[in-house]
Ligand binder design. Structure first.
Ligand SMILES: Cc1cc2nc3c(=O)[nH]c(=O)nc-3n(C[C@H](O)[C@H](O)[C@H](O)COP(=O)(O)OP(=O)(O)OC[C@H]3O[C@@H](n4cnc5c(N)ncnc54)[C@H](O)[C@@H]3O)c2cc1C
Length: 425
């Protein structure tokens, strides 16, 4: 009899299933396909991804699976769009294209930035790193667009190497001359030659036992029993769960009020993905870029047809635009509004809207978990409780952490490997 049950066939659930083995583990997935945020979809001859863009993890097990799919490598060369100016990423290292008065203000404020402030929030961190002008002009604006929070509401524990720290020499060299090299915290990114990102997960289908269209609705941790929306029930010895943490709480009867109210404090963004097909080749010269203008609702714009030529038919190309919003605090952001703004934004950014073949709009409920002060405390209360019930939390949304796909895979794989070893194979 199988003793390991895994909820969710995203990359975390598939990682856990791989470690536990097909003989012991069953995966239940509520959708009719695997992949979660790493899945892909087709529109005509175009391929787009549901959130994910590129793989850059070097975990050996992950590579042994992903590398079975033929892939191309990309050297990251992101750009920023600011009021009609294209700036290499990150802005603080590449001030060269900005008008002289902006450069002077940025450098002056960088030199005069406070050196002795206590860092209690992301706002403090930004001010300490970059000074007032760069923070106010670029980082504050982008934070509100991407995280849907003010930097003073956010903690700093998620930053890691994601935000480039600079010294005066670096700022000056990037302001006085255009840098030839791009700098990014990742050197190489990989993407399947065909089939979209989801093609990387294909080998996992044969190695795991997956049951699709099985939405778990109830967990009874005392009796170690799961109930599904179709009325089926299944028992387990070990449970691995990649369902978003606040939703897991809602699946358990008798959860203490303290835990329930902590789960309500969780904050995350959703993303409205606008995928556009163009009846012309090479619509964009950039694989991806960030947008600072606030009248453009999109924070990040990718070109899937650069990720892989096979993502668009011959002589056609594509864009995918990301509008982040919070279901709680942005009730005005509707799919219709985002679609309307997509046309406005593409025109402003110089894309040929006359060549558009289709515009697809879809929403991903869970995009980025948001790092606010209340969430940090609440996360511990809820995860301690769920783990005390023997529920192993895996992946980005069950762990409620800022995990890339490779880290989500490792989260599932490592936890299952440790547990399986502990209980024998
Ligand atoms: C916009 C965006 C861009 C990103 N870009 C990158 C990138 O370029 N590179 C990178 O490495 N990472 C990227 N990431 C992060 C990466 O996508 C995630 O780390 C990873 O996909 C999370 O995998 P997961 O398995 O933890 O969660 P998910 O992919 O969400 O999987 C969870 C699965 O559980 C299923 N499920 C939910 N509830 C139930 C239920 N009740 N019963 C049964 N099944 C259920 C869901 O349908 C889903 O399939 C990006 C994320 C976003 C949002």
């Amino acid at each position: 009899m199988k003793d390991v049950v895994i909820l969710g066939a995203g990359v975390a659930g598939l990682g856990a299933a791989l470690a536990a083995g097909k003989e012991r583990a069953t995966v239940f997935e509520r959708k009719n396909h695997i992949g979660g945020t790493c899945s892909s979809f087709k529109i005509g001859g175009f391929t787009f991804d549901t959130g994910i863009h590129l793989s850059f993890g070097d975990n050996k097990v992950l590579r042994s699976i992903f590398d079975q799919t033929p892939y191309s490598t990309h050297v990251p060369m992101p750009y920023n769009y600011f009021s009609g100016i294209w700036i290499k990423h990150p802005v603080q290292s590449n001030l060269y294209p900005l008008p002289l008065e902006m450069k002077i203000a940025a450098i002056k404020d960088f030199v005069q930035r406070p050196s002795d402030i206590a860092i209690n929030s992301y706002a403090d961190w930004l001010l300490f790193q970059y000074g007032e002008y760069l923070t106010r002009t670029f980082h504050d604006v982008y934070t509100r667009k991407y995280w849907r929070k003010d930097p003073c509401e956010m903690t700093t524990d998620w930053i890691g190497n994601r935000m480039k720290q600079v010294d005066l020499e670096e700022i000056l060299s990037g302001a006085l001359a255009e840098k030839k090299e791009h700098e990014y915290y990742i050197n190489e990114m990989r993407y399947p030659k065909s089939g979209g990102f989801a093609a990387f997960l294909e080998p996992l289908k044969d190695l795991t036992d997956i049951h699709l269209e099985k939405k778990a609705v109830q967990i009874d941790p005392m009796r170690k029993l799961l109930a599904f929306s179709d009325g089926d029930k299944v028992g387990y010895d070990q449970l691995f769960c990649s369902v978003p943490m606040p939703e897991i709480v809602g699946m358990i009867e008798g959860t203490p009020e303290k835990v329930r109210s902590a789960a309500e404090a969780f904050a995350c963004t959703s993303v409205c993905l606008v995928s556009v097909g163009f009846d012309l080749p090479d619509v964009s010269e950039y694989l991806w870029f960030y947008v600072y203008d606030e009248d453009i609702l999109f924070s990040r714009i990718y070109s899937p047809s650069i990720q892989a030529a096979s993502n668009a038919p011959v002589n056609k190309s594509s864009l995918q635009m990301e509008c982040y919003f919070s279901k709680e605090s942005d009730p005005d952001i509707t799919q219709d509004l985002v679609k309307e703004n997509a046309f406005y934004s593409m025109k402003k950014l110089g894309f040929p809207v006359d060549s558009i073949m289709f515009v697809d709009v879809r929403i991903l409920d869970y995009a980025n978990v948001t790092f606010t002060h209340p969430t940090a405390k609440a996360r511990k209360v809820v995860s301690d409780y769920l783990e005390s019930l023997g529920i192993n939390l895996i992946g980005r949304y069950a762990e409620w952490r800022y995990l890339w796909s490779n880290q989500s895979f490792v989260s599932g794989y490592d936890k299952a490997l440790r547990t399986v070893n502990r209980y024998g194979s």
